[in-house]
Design a protein around this ligand. Structure first.
Ligand code: ADP
Ligand code: MG
Length: 697
C-alpha cells in the first residue's frame, strides 16, 4: 500500500497498466532532463524542436470564434524569456497548468503574430525537484496522473522496498559488465548521472531479453528431449534418389544451397524432429532445396507434404516437382524393373471429389509419396501412413496452430514427430529472428543463383513516371518478354479490389497498353479461370498480366522482365520486395517501376530504400528502423513478458548475449533448480503455458 493511493488514484494507475508495486517499478521513465543542460528560451530559434523547463505564469481560456473549439493559452517563462503554449481541444489543460507550476514543454518553436509560440506541445509536470537529473514518466493526462506524482510514488516504493535480490548469477553479471538488479532499479528511476541511467537501462533490458530467451531455449530443449523423431537414412548426400535428382537439375546448386541442404539432411538423420526455418531472399532457390529434402524422406519409405499458401503457388510447385521428378525411380523389389516412379499428388480445395477420395486413400495406404497442396492438407480426412517430412512454404501466411496441425498428422500416423521445414522469403534481421523464431534452428540462403542480373528499380511518381514505365512494358513485350502490372491496393473487400483491378485492366487495354495481349488475374475469379490465365501467361500467350497481389508470393515465370507496381506507397516494404521478386528470374535485365507519390516521409524512405537495394536482409533492417519492432514481434508480445526497454534494433549485442546466457543456464540446469530466484521470477513473468516448458522437467 502506497501513501495517498485511494480508489481514484488506483484507477488512474490502472489506466497506465499499473496494478502492483512491481508494475510501478517497471513503469520506466520515458526520458530524463538534465537541469543543468536545458535549452533556454532565449537561445531557442524559430523552427527548432526542443524541451524547455519553465514555470507557468498565466493561463487563459477561450473559444475559437467560428468552430467553437476550446483553446487554452498558457504563458510560461524560464528566466531568459517567455513562451506562449496554445492548446486546442484540451480544455483540461487550464486546470492542470496552474500558475507557479514547473513544467517541461516539448515542441517546435513557432512565431505567431510576433510572439514565440508552441502549438499543442507535449507537457510534463516535473514538479519542483531539486535533483540534477529529473525522470520524465509516461503520464496519463486524461486520468490526471502526472509525471511528478508517479515519481513520488516510485520514490516511496523504492524507499520501502529494501534491497532487491539479484536473480542473475554473479559470475555472468560480472562477465557482461552489468550493474546489480538493485542498482539498476534505483538508477533507472533516480539516476545520479545520465551514464548511470544508461547502465541501469542496459541491465534491465538484458533481463527482459534473458527471460524471453530462457523461455525459447527451454521450449527448444523440451522438444529435443521429449519428442521422438524419424531417423531418416539419408547418408552423406541424401541417398541415391537425391543424387539422381541433382544430376537431372539443369543447373548446379549454389554454395549456399549446398550448405543449407547439408544442414537439413543432418537434422533429418538425427533422432530429434527437425524444426528448421529456411530464410532466403526471393529467387534464392528455396524450392529446389525443399524438393531434395522431400526426396530424402521418400527415399527411406516415408511420405512428404508440401504446403503452400495459395492455389496458384501450390499448382506451380506441383508442376515444378512433376517435371523435376520425371524419370526418377524409387527402388521397389516387388517390381520387375526393380523400380517405380515417385508418386506425387496435388490437393487443393478444388480437387474434384472423386480424385480427392482417391488421394486420401493413397495417402493412407502409402501409395502416394509426396503431397503438394494448400490449406486443404489440413482437413480431417487427410491422414498419412508414414509422414516423415513437412515443408511449409511462406510460413508467415499460416498460423502457428495450422503448422502444428500438419505436424500432428505425422505424429498420429507413426507415433513420431515428422521433421518440419518452414520457409520464408521475408527475411528479418538475425537478432529479430532469434527472438521471433527463437525455438527454431535457422538456415539462411544468402546467395543468388548465377546468371541473374539484378532488377533495376525506379521510383517514378507522377504521370511522366507512368509513361516511362508503360513504354518499358511495351518495349519488353515487343522483345518477346513479359510484364506484370500490379493494381493498387484497395481498402474494403476483395470484391471491391477485384472490381478496381478489372477497371484498371480495361483502362490499360484501351490506353497505355493498347495492342498488347493483356490478361487479368484477381482473387475473385473462379479458380479454373485463374489457372487458365496463369497457364497462358507461363506459355507466353499473354504479354502483360494485370493482377492484384495474388502474384505476390512465389510465382515463377523466368521470361517476365518488368513489373509495374501502381500506388506503390500503399504497400509495405516486404510486400514490395516480394512483388519485385517476380522479375529478375531469367537472364534478361529486369525492371521494377514503383508508381505513385510517396505521401509521407516514411513511404518516401521506403521507396528510396527499394531503389537503392535489392538485398532483402538490408531492406528488412531499414524496415525495422522505419517501423519499430512492435510490428515484427506482433503477437509474440504477451503481457508481462513484453519488451519494454529492450530494442531488437538498438540492443543487438544484448540479444546475442541473452541468447548465449540462456543456453548456458538451461544446459547446465534444465529446470533451473539451482537458480531458484530466476525460476521464481519467470513464474511471475510468464504465462502458464510458457512456464510449463521450463518447469515440467
Ligand atoms: P524462391 O522460392 O527462393 O523465391 P525458387 O525456388 O522459386 O526461389 O527459385 C527461383 C528460380 O531459380 C527457379 O526458376 C529455380 O528453378 C531457379 N534456381 C534455383 N536454384 C538455382 C541454381 N542453383 N541455379 C540456377 N537457377 C536456380
Ligand atoms: Mg518460393
Amino acid at each position: 500500500v502506497l501513501g495517498g493511493v485511494g480508489p481514484k488514484r488506483a484507477e488512474a494507475l490502472a489506466s497506465l497498466g499499473i496494478a502492483t508495486v512491481a508494475d510501478l517499478l517497471a513503469h520506466y521513465p520515458r526520458r530524463y532532463l538534465d537541469r543543468t543542460r536545458q535549452a533556454s528560451l532565449a537561445e531557442l530559434k524559430v523552427g527548432e524542436e526542443a524541451a524547455v523547463l519553465a514555470e507557468v505564469r498565466r493561463v487563459t481560456e477561450r473559444r475559437a470564434r467560428r468552430l467553437q473549439r476550446p483553446i487554452v493559452e498558457v504563458d510560461v517563462h524560464d528566466g531568459s524569456g517567455l513562451l506562449r503554449c496554445t492548446f486546442f481541444n484540451q480544455p483540461w489543460r487550464a486546470k492542470q497548468l496552474s500558475p507557479g507550476r514547473s513544467v517541461v514543454v516539448f515542441g517546435r518553436l513557432e512565431s505567431f503574430q510576433g510572439r514565440r509560440r508552441m502549438t499543442n506541445p507535449v507537457v510534463d509536470l516535473v514538479g519542483d525537484r531539486t535533483g540534477r537529473i529529473v525522470p520524465v514518466y509516461p503520464q496519463s493526462d486524461k486520468a490526471g496522473l502526472s509525471s511528478y506524482e508517479i515519481q513520488a510514488l516510485v520514490e516511496e516504493a523504492l524507499r520501502r522496498a529494501g534491497s532487491f535480490a539479484d536473480p542473475l548469477p554473479d559470475g555472468i553479471r560480472r562477465r557482461l559488465r552489468l550493474v546489480s538488479r538493485d542498482r539498476a532499479l534505483r538508477d533507472i528511476h533516480q539516476p545520479p548521472s545520465l551514464p548511470a541511467a544508461w547502465d541501469a537501462r542496459r541491465r534491465l533490458a538484458f533481463d527482459e531479453l534473458l527471460r524471453l530467451q530462457l523461455l525459447l531455449v527451454a521450449r527448444k530443449r523440451a522438444t529435443e528431449r521429449e519428442a521422438r523423431g524419424v531417423r531418416h537414412a539419408v547418408g552423406e548426400d541424401g541417398g541415391p534418389l537425391v543424387a539422381a535428382f541433382r544430376r537431372r537439375l539443369p543447373f548446379a546448386l549454389t554454395a549456399a544451397q549446398e550448405r543449407v541442404l547439408g544442414e537439413i539432411l543432418a537434422d533429418m538423420a538425427g533422432p530429434h524432429p527437425m524444426h528448421r526455418l529456411l530464410q532466403g531472399d526471393v529467387g534464392s532457390g528455396k524450392t529446389v532445396v525443399a524438393a531434395a529434402a522431400l526426396l530424402a524422406a521418400v527415399q527411406g519409405g516415408y511420405q512428404g507434404a508440401f504446403m503452400a499458401p495459395t492455389e496458384v503457388l501450390a499448382e506451380q510447385h506441383h508442376l515444378g516437382l512433376r517435371s523435376l521428378l520425371e524419370g526418377l525411380g524409387l527402388a521397389d523389389p516387388s517390381r520387375l524393373t526393380g523400380e517405380r516412379p515417385v508418386r506425387l499428388g496435388l490437393l487443393t480445395s478444388r480437387t474434384p471429389a472423386r480424385q480427392r477420395a482417391r488421394l486420401h486413400e493413397g495417402l493412407r495406404d502409402g501409395t502416394v509419396d509426396l503431397l503438394v497442396g494448400t490449406h486443404a492438407l489440413l482437413t480431417e480426412e487427410v491422414g498419412f501412413r508414414a509422414l516423415g517430412l513437412v515443408v511449409i512454404d511462406e510460413q508467415h501466411r499460416f498460423g502457428v496452430d495450422q503448422r502444428a496441425r500438419l505436424r500432428e498428422k505425422g505424429t498420429a500416423a507413426a507415433g513420431v514427430d515428422p521433421d518440419v521445414l518452414v520457409m520464408t522469403a521475408t527475411p528479418i534481421p538475425r537478432t529479430a529472428a532469434m527472438t521471433v523464431y527463437g525455438d527454431l534452428d535457422v538456415s539462411v540462403l544468402d546467395e543468388r543463383p548465377a546468371g541473374r542480373s539484378p532488377v533495376r528499380t525506379v521510383w517514378a511518381p507522377g504521370p511522366e513516371g507512368a509513361e516511362e514505365a508503360f513504354a518499358r512494358v511495351r518495349a519488353e513485350a515487343e522483345a518477346g518478354r513479359q510484364a506484370y502490372v500490379v493494381c493498387p491496393l484497395v481498402e474494403g473487400s476483395e470484391r471491391v479490389e477485384a472490381r478496381s483491378a478489372t477497371e484498371e485492366f480495361e483502362r490499360l487495354e484501351q490506353g497505355p497498353l493498347a495492342g498488347l495481349r493483356l490478361g487479368l488475374l484477381h482473387g475473385q475469379m473462379p479458380p479454373r479461370e485463374k489457372e487458365a490465365v496463369m497457364a497462358r501467361f507461363r506459355a507466353g500467350l499473354i504479354d502483360v498480366l494485370v493482377a492484384t497481389t495474388v502474384v505476390e508470393v512465389g510465382v515463377d515465370v523466368p521470361s517476365a522482365s518488368v513489373i509495374v507496381i501502381e500506388d506503390a506507397q500503399r504497400f509495405g516494404m516486404a510486400q514490395l520486395h516480394q512483388l519485385r521478386g517476380r522479375v529478375g528470374r531469367g537472364e534478361a535485365p529486369s525492371f521494377c517501376f514503383l508508381l505513385g507519390e510517396a505521401g509521407s516521409e516514411e513511404a518516401e524512405r521506403r521507396l528510396r530504400a527499394l531503389e537503392a537495394s535489392t538485398d532483402g536482409f538490408e531492406l528488412a533492417e531499414v524496415d525495422l528502423e522505419l517501423r519499430g519492432e512492435g510490428t515484427i514481434l506482433g503477437t509474440r508480445q504477451t503481457g508481462r513478458s513484453d519488451l519494454r526497454l529492450a530494442s531488437l534494433r538498438r540492443d543487438k549485442d544484448l540479444v546475442l548475449a541473452a541468447r548465449a546466457v540462456a543456453s548456458e543456464l538451461i544446459d547446465a540446469d534444465p529446470g533451473l533448480r539451482e537458480l531458484s530466484l530466476l525460476a521464481e521470477e519467470l513464474r511471475v513473468f510468464l504465462d502458464e503455458d510458457d512456464a510449463a516448458y521450463l518447469f515440467k522437467s
